[in-house]
Design a protein around this ligand. Structure first.
Ligand SMILES: Cc1ncc(COP(=O)(O)O)c(C=O)c1O
Length: 381
């Protein structure tokens, strides 16, 4: 099946008892057994739930993975991946990554003896320098947040395989509509389902996909043993959300491309980070590994003044000032004071998070309205 057909049909079947075309919300904690051990494949809802099963199969299919597992949040999914390893093991990660993932790695797992090395994986040669005999995992996020750098998954995968290291890719920003990391050799693909997969800013959830049966068994064991599972109501919402993923992503990309070109030629804008712009340093990789350039943009104002950024951030009417991304509505954010507020200025500027950097999650509204909103907000600078 091709992508749109999979988004609508994969993993879902009419309900066997009623014929309901939509997967029911199996809001139950347990399942009655005929005799001890004699049951219909479901024993306890932390371990299995039919609504979750349908979603896991559907998401695995969108990522060309043989196995899929859903978690209570994107971070809970990442937490399960790190728990595959033991004290002394080393994990190499992108240095420009989601702050919550950085916090999980450094503030939670370092104290259990895991060693993290944060390197600019978009720079060739940086990865090879960081590898040691103890390296067990490479954690990649591409495009990165908030400066939208791209990491060449095929290249990193080749290096990882040569050293028998696992590769996991956080595919949240691209969504499976634009990029399938397993097709480029990654072992695990991860999503904050909260974002494009859910698509309507109404659910928090995470996903892991893999085609390696050993890894799937270990991750399923962790999903059940640690228990960070999503509820059936949330699984239902995401099953509904993904039915329009392809249509939503097309519009996110179209709108973002137009907004990126508008910002690029705007006299008050100094720099635009959008992989679809031919001037973007990773444009060639984007064309190679993505099927479109996504709905995320970040830009820096000329003169890079914090107070100018605040004028734009409080000046938009359609773009809502909020964390998160990937919903149908457009959002605007200020990484230097929001997601990256705890990182010292000199440190964050090394990865491009300047005082006036503004991040947009471009929604699927009429682009003319979005452009007019940005134009009037930029006039306040
Ligand atoms: C790229 C990326 N990865 C992971 C996460 C964490 O996901 P969640 O908020 O669902 O735990 C986020 C959240 O913003 C994210 O943007």
């Amino acid at each position: 099946m091709k992508f749109a057909t999979k988004a609508i049909h994969a993993g879902v079947h009419p309900d066997p008892t009623t014929g309901a075309i939509m997967t029911p919300i199996y809001q139950t904690s347990t399942y009655v057994q005929e005799a001890p051990g004699k049951h219909k494949g479901y024993e306890y809802a932390r371990t299995q739930n039919p609504t979750r099963d349908a979603l896991q199969t559907a998401l695995a299919s969108l990522e060309n993975a043989r196995y899929g597992l859903c978690f209570g949040s994107g971070l809970a999914a990442t937490d399960a991946v790190v728990k595959l390893f033991k004290p002394g093991d080393e994990i190499i990660s992108t240095n420009d990554l989601y702050g919550g993932t950085y916090r999980l790695f450094t503030k939670v797992f370092e104290k259990y003896g895991l060693v993290f090395r944060f390197v600019p994986l978009h720079e060739k040669g940086a990865l090879e320098k960081a590898i040691s005999p103890k390296t067990k995992l490479i954690w990649v996020e591409t495009p990165t947040n908030p400066t939208l750098k791209l990491i060449d998954i095929r290249y990193v995968s080749a290096v990882a395989k040569a050293h028998s290291i696992l590769l996991a890719v956080d595919n949240t920003f691209a969504s499976p509509y634009l990029q399938n990391p397993l097709d480029f050799g990654a072992d695990i693909v991860m999503h904050s389902v909260t974002k494009y997969l859910g698509g309507h800013s109404d659910t928090v959830m995470g996903f892991l996909g893999t085609s390696n049966s050993d890894l799937a068994d270990q991750l399923r064991f962790l999903q059940n043993s640690c228990g960070a599972v999503p509820g059936p109501q949330d699984c239902f919402l995401v099953l509904r959300g993904i039915k329009t993923l392809h249509i939503r992503m097309q519009r996110h990309c179209e709108n973002a491309e137009k907004i990126a070109s508008f910002l690029y030629s705007h006299p008050k804008v100094g720099l635009v980070n959008y992989p679809g712009l031919p001037t973007h340093p990773s444009h060639a990789i984007a064309k190679e590994q993505m099927r479109g350039f996504g709905g995320m943009i970040s830009f820096v104002l000329k003169g890079d003044r914090f107070e100018d950024a605040l004028k734009v951030l409080s000046g938009t009417q359609l773009f809502a000032l909020a964390e998160s991304l990937g919903g149908v509505e457009s959002l605007i954010g200020h990484p230097a004071s929001m997601t990256h507020g705890s990182i010292p200025k000199a440190e964050r500027e090394k990865s491009g998070v300047f005082d006036s950097l503004i991040r947009l999650s471009v929604g699927i509204e009429d682009v003319e309205d979005l452009l007019a909103d940005l134009e009037q907000a930029l006039e306040k600078v």
